[in-house]
Design a protein around this ligand. Structure first.
Ligand code: SAM
Length: 193
């Protein structure tokens, strides 16, 4: 809407189409906006080094929408006609079963983001922590660590409140299991001397 040039990357044809539809409906002049369909690990290789002035990404959740513990949530989404999964593609990072391998593959994308970002520019990564069995996985802190290893400097942590989400009585009456109704907006800077 600010007439900037924008390039989006998405693996699933369905979400690419939805993105294009939103551009058509919500942005009157979207000639400068492109959505590329493909695997980010490959597509990002085609971008020149130091060519992009801002990156925002909401990476896949690790198997979050297919978990057994989310059965009730999945039924509620199905009843409303919503998808309960982002897709079944083998290239969908969210379908990688091992968490460490998932982080490694995500890291490939973040390394490419670092390469193509211009120096002194910013990247925002939107992520949520999640539960795995009885444990809370602090995914946002793992993303901070891997981006710092790549060379990004952490500039800020914002909270995206999702207080319109339904509350579920997880654990009740045996354990205290808080609902997660926020995401983190992690903002990093590329600052190479
Ligand atoms: C949490 S969703 C974010 C969707 C959208 N960008 C947004 O912010 O509303 C993660 C998206 O990553 C896509 N995805 C998963 N693996 C991918 C890959 N290897 N390359 C590109 N996109 C991928 C999924 O299809 C899914 O739409």
């Amino acid at each position: 809407m600010l007439n900037r040039k924008g390039i989006g990357i998405e693996l699933s044809k369905k979400w690419v189409k939805l993105g294009q539809q939103r551009l058509e409906e919500e942005v009157s002049n979207h000639t400068n906006q492109k959505i590329l369909e493909g695997d980010s690990r490959e597509v990002l290789k085609n971008f020149s080094t130091d060519s992009i002035s801002y990156i925002v990404t909401s990476p896949p959740y690790w198997r979050i929408l297919t978990k057994k513990t989310h059965e009730k949530k999945r039924k509620d989404r199905s009843a409303k006609g919503f998808d309960t999964n982002y897709g079944f593609s083998k290239n969908d990072l969210g379908n990688i079963s091992d968490y460490q391998e998932f982080l490694n593959e995500l890291s490939i994308c973040f390394k490419e983001c670092f390469r193509i970002l211009q120096n002194k520019k910013y990247t925002s990564i939107i992520v949520s922590d999640f539960r795995h069995g009885s444990e809370l996985v602090p995914f946002h802190s793992h993303v901070v660590e891997l981006c710092q290893k790549i060379g990004f400097k952490l500039q800020g942590i914002g909270i995206l409140v999702q207080n319109s989400k339904k509350l579920y009585p997880y654990g009740y009456p045996f354990a205290y299991v808080p609902n997660i109704h926020h995401q983190f907006i992690l903002t990093f800077k590329k600052a190479v001397l």
